[in-house]
Design a protein around this ligand. Structure first.
Ligand SMILES: [Fe+2]
Ligand SMILES: [Fe+2]
Length: 243
């Protein structure tokens, strides 16, 4: 029975599709085979990157459906909605890279499983935003390989700082994404209920990821690191709006 949050119908509940998520997540090999040789791990990382960048992933959960039909969008509204959803799609490309890097370097099996759970939901987000982009007649960012590479490098640095700091990085990232998505709920055209339903569900999921990471033992990041992360995110979101 679907749960209701705000004006949107949430199309699936956590846990119900856990088995399906494991089967369809695009990060299973890397996470489930902790005894892979370094060469195999490298191949798994490359495989994951190629799948995130060149294929349309299959979501485990159905795309969130708005509780009321939206209005027809004019050309200006459609372009603006497309630009905002491109930014959100880039964010999910980066999430795949971050989780790939952190799973690669995480030392604790329980933490690796937590990354797996969150990564499966991020795969849903990647699929939903890609689908909505196509519906709006917009294209993904041309710079996605660059965003992926940058996020992967940052994720590796965070993971090398130890599991507690890696979790702290995850909390800060998810909190920033949550605030960013909240801003998009204000900026999306009022009649674009389809995009708003997706963004609302993503926002709830990101909050859940942050909370899970906090409970798993995250330590807060120093203020300068948080500021640097915000500045990097600003560059990414501003650029992806257009390119
Ligand atoms: Fe996400
Ligand atoms: Fe997330």
């Amino acid at each position: 029975m679907p749960d209701k949050k705000g004006p949107y119908v949430v199309s699936a509940q956590r846990g119900v599709h856990r088995t399906a998520r494991r089967r369809r997540a695009i990060l299973p090999t890397l996470l489930n085979n902790i005894r892979l040789s370094p060469g195999d791990r490298l191949l798994a990382v490359v495989d994951h990157a190629l799948r995130a960048l060149t294929t349309t992933p299959q979501a485990a959960r159905p795309k969130p459906i708005p509780s009321r039909p939206g209005d027809a969008l004019d050309d200006v509204e459609r372009r603006e909605a497309g630009a905002l959803m491109r930014v959100n799609h880039v964010g999910e490309v980066c999430a795949q890279a971050l989780y790939s890097a952190q799973a690669l370097a995480a030392s604790d099996p329980g933490l690796r499983r937590q990354f797996q759970q969150a990564a499966a939901e991020e795969t849903d987000h990647l699929a939903w935003t890609a689908e909505r982009l196509a519906e709006l007649g917009a294209r993904p960012s041309l710079l996605n390989p660059l965003w992926y590479a940058g996020a992967f490098a940052i994720g590796l640095v965070a993971a090398r700082a130890g599991d507690a700091r890696s979790l702290g990085f995850l909390v800060e990232t998810e909190r920033q994404v949550e605030r960013h998505l909240e801003g998009h709920l204000d900026r999306l055209p009022l009649g674009d209920e389809a995009s708003r339903a997706i963004v609302a569900q993503m926002k709830d999921d990101e909050a859940g990821h942050a909370m899970a990471a906090e409970h798993a033992g995250a330590v807060p990041l120093p203020a300068p690191v948080r500021w640097a992360m915000r500045a990097a995110a600003k560059v990414m979101t501003t650029t992806a709006h257009y390119v």
